[in-house]
Design a protein around this ligand. Sequence first.
Ligand code: ADP
Ligand code: MG
Length: 695
Amino acid sequence: MKKIYEIRDIDCANCAIKIENEIKKVKGLKDVKIDFMRQKLYFDDEQNSMNPEKMQQIARHVESEVSIFNSKEDNKTQKKTITFNQISVILGIIIMGMMFVLQMLFGLNQHIKLIFYIASYVLIGGKVIIKAMKNIKKGKIFDENFLMMIATLGALIIGEYIEGVAVMLFYQIGEYFQNLSVHRSRKHIESLMDLKVDIAHLLIDENIKDVDPESLCINDMIVVKTGEKVPVDGYIIEGETYVDESSLTGESLPLYKTIDDEIMSGSINLNGILTIKVNKTYKDSRVYQIIEFVEQNTSKKAKTEQFITRFAKYYTPIVVLIAFILAFLIPVFASLINQSTYISELAIYFKRALIFLVISCPCALVLSVPLAFYAGIGMASKKGVLVKSGSDLETLHQIEHFIFDKTGTLTKGEFIVTKVYAENKDYILKLASHAESGSNHPIALSILRAYKGEIETKNLKNYHEIFGQGIKVNYLDKALLVGNQKLLKDNHINFDIPDIKQTVIHVAYDLKYVGYIVLEDDLKMSSKETIKNLQKMNKHISMVTGDQDYIAKDIAGKLGIIDIYAKQLPEDKKNLVMDFSKHRKTAFIGDGINDAMVLLSADIGISMGTLGSDVAIEASDVVIMNDEPFKLIEAIHISTFTNKIVIQNILLALITKFVVLGLGTFGLANMWMAIFADVGISLIAVINSMRILRK
Ligand code: ADP
Ligand code: MG
């Protein structure tokens, strides 16, 4: 039994992986997966032995604050806005404030002040200390909680009370802002998830029955009322309306749709009542595929992020070691040099070591990098571009060579049958449509649109789609060929090649040539601008297509692309892209019809969301929801900006850290500088990352 639980209060993607591994150990559970961004836990509970409480217990072995509950029920817990920790911190601040007031009014004595300090320290830093203790018990000593704890406890011991409390306070404020910005990135991505519809109104003999969209079959009729989302893909057979596809495509302009128009699941019916004929089951519909796609996005970490995690692992113990040397060993030498006592030098260096520790906390580094990538992914999805992982977002702006597919990518792929050359025009269309009835290729769809008759499926046998060439099938037990000249030549059909500058589809039946159909395809609205922009960025641009030379040249000419490769079968395209990838970082941009392999061979595979098949979407790293190539440029900008922010954050953190660390070692930094170097920089990094969301 497949189950989905909500999982809240996981601190980081890394912790999510740890929890996932812990749950995987439980017997009887399969396919365990945690989606950190969406805060969901997926698993297959074979014996149906799990409940949220049990699961929560298991997860709390790893992270003590995690809460797990059923997706549908306990949504109240989700809405809790103030956590126990926040209340505790606020209380701590109040006590601190009270002390200052009392101090001014009555002048408190040292002992009473100490009680106030300790009370507020415990209230403000309690969570950090508990976490650090727990980690020590588990043997994972060196993390930021540990650094914070020893540094602040040390500050209290040497009598720097205000500083000790302040470090904790600022650290908590930094954490709060981080959570806030993860939350905001999350919301952008979640708005995609809202696409899912729970109920479909199925039409049975003029009666409406509410059913689960997953139970709908092809050719079912459903009703979508005003303001509702379309549950599965289909065609409108009654009604007209404006639809809002913004959560799918990022484009806010409503689109007019009427009878015979295709309507995408997830789009919102703004102002009409529609009857829709289902043409895809729920699992084949857009919505399901998007949800699947987004669910894969947490596992792959960006390289910078991996580097930082590794860095932190070695960095923290080294820092603690240096602090230790600074506190206890250096005083030995200092006392010799200065001819003073060890104890008096210890007092000086112990304090320096504490300052050193506060400064050294790598929080800003460790946290701001993934944060920026999340924000970037969130922003891209808001604009209608799905990016699978931080790693893909990182790579995107480094791409030097963009290789475009032609049909469906740069052109609309909505061919229009413009001419038919044959003795019997209805007959050739009938033959062609029968052959194409099983294909999803844009050419197939347009031929089927041009044909008005019925398809006799039972007369078709031995169907073969030869990618990049066409269809071979037995119709009424005789061989039927529909495709380009190569297909017919390979099957030894003789005919004269017509001199036509458009896409030509030849038809042969029973080993005899029947005639050909001429199709025309248009450029997409933003193709030209996209190429222009890429050229401005000095990128290499190529176009590959399975189509004939003259068509390739014609299209490439209109776009200003010089490097073209025509008559390429999917296999050839793959080899070509792999070849290019040896020299430069490449991206392949395809419509996703028969080019899943090619998508995988590029550094980044980009596919078109509405045209592409689910295999293609699965195989790609980036999906453009509304099929407009210009979204690529927007995605590159987001990638560039995100990476800029990441680098700024890293540099800012490292430089400040090293400067203040240096000053600290020589006793030139005080606790307040240390606080700024740590918490201040974390905060600036978080705020800097949030700029991505505002773009
Ligand atoms: P592109 O590389 O431009 O996306 P494809 O590789 O999908 O094009 O197809 C290349 C050529 O193969 C088409 O231009 C067409 O001539 C032929 N072809 C492919 N699939 C079909 C089909 N289903 N029916 C007819 N012809 C097809
Ligand atoms: Mg194609």
